[in-house]
Ligand binder design. Structure first.
Ligand code: NAD
Length: 392
């Protein structure tokens, strides 16, 4: 009986090896902690057998397809994917045929792995592509994350996850239904200076955090870009870079805010900013009594994450850009390795996918949803002039 079971399992494995990548096996039964449970009961031993049969392909890189070949894909993600250990640029989705030609040549991408927005769903049949990375304007994230999940792929979605919480929930539900994982493009969670700042705050290395200043803004250029259209961006700098300031206050304290107040600054260019805010401010209160103050702007540059604690202080400035980030504390400079943020992020996500592990909570769709809820609460506070209670 034991041998019969073992034989049919081997046939199953061989068939699997003929079509699908054996390394996708740990992901087959994946839903929340399902794999962790399986690991102790049987799936782990399947993987051991796969190893023994040479099917597990150690060192295999997951294939990523980038959806939307705009600035971030072109200047950051594709170059970073030339440095990654756990993933590679396997495919592209673009509505511009000339870009497709250029990318195929530059990155040696076969024509079979090139899609447009109409043929996108055929990605379901492409074994080279394990992960779809959605790098489109904010209002388009929901549609392409849901379609990617329905095509049976893991998904990375750029920040902000979506404009409204309902869209975030739809994306989370679609990935759960497809038994696929969803990561948000929170590159800083894999960046050493940021990880150190999280540790200093959350482990109260300088005592409890009392006050956080967390701000991100820059002077935006082209007046016709989608980032200035509320229907596509969901708002102005708050949706684009203010989200980093929200994240900063949350990851330094390690707490969820319990209330928010917010204010819009007067517009200095009402024509350019007719649809969205130009500059705004907000304040969070946290359960421990810590408070934070933040600014975001498309009219002025600011990039700083500062925490004042009972027994000292620490800061990152710059804190949110592509680096190198720079940090210091009341005891001296923060020394950390400088890494490529995008390579570290995609490698980190793909390592967990390859290992069949659940992604850490702070980089998943649930985290993206928490931020989008806060962004909407900030707008509500600024529009009403009232303190918004965030307690569940
Ligand atoms: P971008 O404007 O440079 O590129 C957008 C891409 O979407 C273009 O290729 C464009 O052709 C395509 N597109 C498809 N349909 C479109 C439509 N209807 N209107 C406009 N464009 C359309 O933008 P980007 O800077 O690459 O940003 C894309 C996403 O990535 C955004 O969600 C942004 O917030 C995010 N982003 C994240 C980071 C980060 O550090 N994590 C940095 C930059 C951008």
């Amino acid at each position: 009986m034991k041998n019969q079971q073992s034989n049919s399992r081997r046939t199953f494995l061989r068939n699997l090896g003929a079509g699908a990548s054996a390394l996708s096996l740990p992901l087959l039964g994946y839903a929340d902690n399902q794999f962790v449970q399986h690991e102790s009961s049987g799936l782990y031993s399947l993987r051991t057998e796969l190893d023994a049969m040479g099917l597990a392909q150690p060192g295999r890189k997951l294939g990523i397809a980038l959806v939307g070949l705009g600035g971030y894909s072109t200047n950051q993600l594709a170059p970073a994917l030339q440095q990654t250990q756990n993933c590679r640029l396997a495919g592209i989705v673009t509505g511009t045929p000339s870009k497709a030609e250029e990318w195929m040549k530059k990155y040696n991408i076969p024509k079979a792995n090139v899609y447009d927005y109409k043929t996108f769903d055929r990605i379901a049949d492409n074994k080279d592509i394990d992960v779809v990375y959605v790098v489109l304007p904010n209002s388009m994230h929901e549609e392409y994350v849901v379609r990617a999940a329905q095509a049976g792929k893991h998904v990375i979605c750029e920040k902000p996850m979506a404009i409204m919480p309902k869209a975030c929930q739809n994306m989370i539900d679609a990935c759960k239904k497809a038994n696929k994982q969803l990561a948000i493009g929170y590159r800083l969670h894999y960046e050493p200076f940021t990880k150190e700042i999280m540790r200093l705050g959350q482990e109260k290395v300088f005592g409890p955090v009392k006050f956080v200043e967390s701000s991100d803004g820059f002077r935006s250029g082209d007046p016709n870009q989608w980032r200035l259209k509320k229907s596509m961006a969901g708002g102005g700098p708050l949706m684009d870079v203010g989200i980093y300031a929200v994240q900063g206050a949350r990851y330094v304290t390690g707490e969820e805010p319990i209330s928010v107040t917010a204010q819009f600054a007067p517009k200095t260019d009402p024509q350019k900013f007719k649809d969205v805010e130009e500059t705004m401010f907000w304040q969070f209160e946290f359960p421990s009594g810590a408070v934070s103050n933040s600014t975001t702007s498309y009219a002025a540059g600011v990039e700083r994450l500062y925490a004042s604690c009972e027994k000292g202080w620490f800061e990152l400035a710059p804190a949110f850009g592509y680096g190198p980030l720079k940090g210091r504390t009341s005891k001296g400079p923060i020394e950390q390795p400088v890494v490529n943020h995008q390579a570290a992020h995609m490698d980190g996500v793909c390592k967990d996918l390859l290992d069949g592990k659940k992604l850490p909570n702070h980089v998943t769709g649930e985290e993206g949803l928490r931020d989008v809820r806060l962004l909407q609460a900030i707008y509500q506070a600024a529009e009403t002039g009232k303190k918004i209670n965030l307690k569940a």
